[in-house]
Design a protein around this ligand. Structure first.
Ligand code: GLN
Ligand code: ZN
Length: 784
């Protein structure tokens, strides 16, 4: 660039910036809010505990926002999002923007502040929180809007505009992001008392005026682009729903004139009909597509893209932690450039980076080679920009060749490939694995050995984790206490838990899982092919984050993982002691999974490792083995057409783990959710001997679904009380619930157990609750 040597330095910088803006088009859909070291989590929790002020929280939030904007701006990103930050959830932010506060929170109008906002999110002393549910197929949870014909919408949170201005004041012109009006309504539920048949979409003309006010303010503040997230477009939508998009975006036309409008989709490809609807929206100038999960997106675009419009090509994966294959992305982008034109292609992320870890910089202990294969949010921003720069003809050769070297090392690294495992897993495909004997006959053989009473009692696995217990584990990990001391401490804990259960007179015992911090991490740490991060947190909901393990290579089990503790526990009692394992599908669904082979292959590998463990437990004399599949349902694909493929390999993986055991070995599984209606046949096809499930809503419909399916006679234990609440259920209440179950299910298949593990409860709650549970079971036995 020819620069005038007399230009002041600031002007020089400016001219460089404006050059880069013209040549490189890069965009980020959204960014994690928690901060590189979960700064937001700690600020929120301290505020909620009354330990810090609203101003303190605002300050932390503002600092995080400004550092995120600065980081993207420094990286050279052209389209930098604002309003993707949130103190809780972006859908709740939209509810606040629309003033759609359910009446029970006593909001009296005016700008919505922290108290009303956090009351909706978390409840308060007198009112429970709004419902939370999974955000598509991610592990993020959003607050479900409760809407009905009575809701008076009004512009009640200026957050989007404030954040736009805040960034602008920092010198960053951003693209404000709003949850699109149609997705917002489709993500809502009818409020209590509103007829189920109420059409949420009928509210569209009531919410659009608020959107119009927001748009007017954004325009007035200087915004030139606006992004509407309309992820619902990737779902199976009907004609009415698609019409709502056409209607909404033409109704907004006036407000959108003078603005560039991006409609962003993610998590899958957009079905053909939806693609037609979307790309014919006149008021929209740019369309964002997921090119990572959206396997058909490329063909859709090749089949026709409106001329003169922008394509935001999501080639950098926002759902995973792998470094992008830059060379291959560049090929894709060049092909797209041929279709949409050089100046209309924008390089982007597949979805918001909210669903990946924050910054690799905070992983100094991670193995160097593995680290070279990874990219967290901060690194993905750089990748997006590198691709945009390369497209503009200024490829950063050093960056690209380092990336190519890392890709090559990942392909050829002996740490990734284990021929034996590959072969064993490949052999499973297409074959079937089932126990030879049918479930009723198996249960008969098991009963001869176990001799359990009718309505047998058990628990789901974990017992309360005290501060002392957590400290022991932590100190052992940090090598502050010896192995011997650690084993002694855990043994003592197991002994305590066994004694408690014997005193309570529970029939099938558990060891309490004191040696486990987390049900996936515990196994991942002992399997090969897994890596762990120090700060690779991903927001799950509110201030809660999870730190998924990274599956980078073929999975195998070098040695037994639970046999030591389970046999120790069994030796302490004459009663059956359940072996306790996490199932392959749950391990898979709660990890960052490698992207260089299909998910089912990785799942089969884990299944084989768990199979070895199951068989070792059996050899060690453990006769009841529980294989938790808490997350099986979570992996269900977004579109119905893909359900059966997933369910087939997921259920197959589960069966692989236990197809080799004796008839007399009883296999339990546990799932902590209750919406089984659509997958009941798959659950039955898992062919477990006993299944314990959540049933906190004591839903008779759920039970009848099971009765239909479980006619062949497998055991079922719908939770008799909710462990998520500190409340102690009375004996009568539990008995009442069991009786309701008995009205639907046969008494000889019914088990009595809590909803889930007891890890997060206190002994003072657990002991009386379990005591009431056993009393209720005993009482009912006398009546049968
Ligand atoms: N066995 C596990 C426990 O009791 C199951 C936890 C779960 O289902 N999330 O903690
Ligand atoms: Zn559970």
């Amino acid at each position: 660039i020819a620069t005038n040597s007399h230009s002041p330095p600031s002007l020089l910088r400016f001219s460089f910036r404006s050059f880069s803006v013209r040549a490189m088009a890069s965009h980020i859909v959204g960014y994690p809010r928690m901060g590189p070291k979960r700064e937001l989590k700690f600020a929120l929790e301290s505020f909620w505990d009354g330990k810090s002020s609203a101003e303190d929280l605002q300050k932390v939030a503002a600092d995080l926002r400004s550092s995120i904007w600065k980081q993207m701006s420094d990286a050279g990103i052209k389209f930098i999002p604002s309003n993707t930050f949130s103190c809780y959830d972006q859908v709740l932010d939209t509810t606040a923007m629309l003033g759609a506060v359910p009446p029970r929170y006593g909001w009296n109008g005016g700008e919505i502040g922290f108290d009303v906002y956090f009351s909706m999110a978390r409840g308060n002393a007198s009112v429970p929180a709004m419902e939370m549910t999974k955000w598509f197929d991610t592990n993020y949870h959003y607050i479900v809007p409760e809407l009905g014909p009575e809701v008076n919408f009004s512009y009640a949170s200026h957050k989007a505009v404030n954040e736009y201005k805040e960034a602008k004041a920092l010198g960053v012109d951003t693209v404000p992001v709003l949850v699109g009006p149609v997705s917002y309504l489709l993500l809502s539920k009818p409020a209590k008392g509103v007829e189920k048949s109420f059409s949420l979409l009928s509210l569209i003309d009531k919410i659009l005026p608020v959107y119009q006010e927001v748009l007017a303010e954004l325009k007035a503040a200087g915004a030139s682009w606006i992004q509407f997230d309309e992820p619902k477009l990737v779902m199976d939508l009907g004609a009415l729903e698609l019409q709502a998009f056409t209607h909404a975006y033409s109704a907004l036309e006036g407000s959108l004139s003078g603005l560039n409008v991006l409609v962003e989709t993610y998590f899958a490809d957009v079905p053909v009909e939806a693609y037609k609807t979307l790309t014919s929206l006149k008021s929209v100038t740019g369309f964002g597509f997921d090119l990572v999960r959206g396997t058909k997106t490329l063909d859709l675009i090749k089949g026709g893209f409106p001329s003169g419009k922008y394509l935001f090509a999501g080639v950098v994966d926002g759902r995973n932690i792998w470094a992008n294959n830059l060379a291959s992305s560049l090929d894709t982008l060049k092909a797209l450039e041929g279709i949409v034109g050089k100046d209309k292609l924008v390089v982007s992320t597949s979805c918001s980076l909210l669903h990946t870890a924050v910054d690799l910089v905070n992983e100094p202990k991670l193995d160097k080679e593995i680290k070279s294969w990874l990219a967290f949010a901060a690194q993905k921003v750089v990748e997006v920009n590198a691709l945009a720069t390369a497209l503009a003809g200024q490829q950063d050769e050093a960056f690209f060749s380092a990336n190519a070297a890392a890709q090559a090392s990942r392909k050829s690294s002996p740490r990734v490939t284990n021929e034996t495992v590959q072969k064993a897993a490949a052999a499973l495909k297409g074959s079937d694995h089932r126990r030879a004997t049918n479930v009723s006959a198996r249960l008969d053989s098991q009963q001869k050995k176990l001799n359990l009473p009718i309505l047998p009692t058990t628990t789901i696995g974990s017992f309360p984790q005290t501060m002392d217990l957590r400290r022991v584990r932590r100190e052992y990990k940090a090598k502050k206490i010896s192995e011997q001391n650690y084993v002694e401490a855990i043994k003592e804990e197991i002994n305590k838990v066994v004694k408690i259960q014997e005193e309570l007179d529970i029939d099938v015992l558990v060891h309490g899982e004191p040696e486990r911090n987390d049900m996936v991490e515990y196994f991942g740490e002992q399997l090969s092919g897994f890596a762990f991060t120090a700060n690779g947190w991903v927001q799950s909901y509110g201030s809660r984050c999870v730190k998924p393990p990274i599956i980078y290579g073929d999975v195998s089990r070098p040695k037994a993982m639970t046999v030591f503790w389970s046999s120790m526990a069994q030796s302490m009692t004459k009663r059956p002691m359940k072996g306790m394992l996490t199932g392959p599908v749950t391990i898979l669904n709660w990890s960052f999974v490698r992207n260089d082979q299909p998910r089912f292959e990785t799942c089969y590998q884990i299944a084989l490792a768990i199979k070895d463990e199951v068989e070792d437990l059996e050899k060690a004399g453990i006769t009841v083995i529980q294989i938790d599949e808490a997350a099986l349902r979570e992996g269900l694909p977004l579109r119905k057409s893909e359900h059966s493929f997933y369910l087939n390999w997921a259920v197959h993986s589960f069966r692989i783990t236990n197809c080799g055991v004796e008839d007399t070995t009883q296999i339990h599984t546990h799932m902590c959710y209750s919406n089984f209606n659509d997958i009941i046949h798959s659950i039955i096809d898992m062919d477990a001997d006993v299944i314990t499930i959540e049933n906190s809503r004591s839903d008779e419909k759920l039970l009848s679904v099971f009765r239909e399916g479980v006619k062949y006679g497998a055991g079922i234990g719908p939770g008799v009380y909710d462990i998520h609440s500190p409340r102690i259920p009375s004996e009568e209440e539990i008995a009442d619930r069991i009786e309701k179950m008995l009205a639907v299910l046969e008494s000889n298949i019914l088990w009595v157990n809590p909803d889930c593990g007891l890890k997060t409860r206190k002994y003072a709650e657990v002991k009386p609750a379990l005591s009431n549970m056993v009393a209720a079971a005993k009482h009912l036995r006398t009546k049968l």
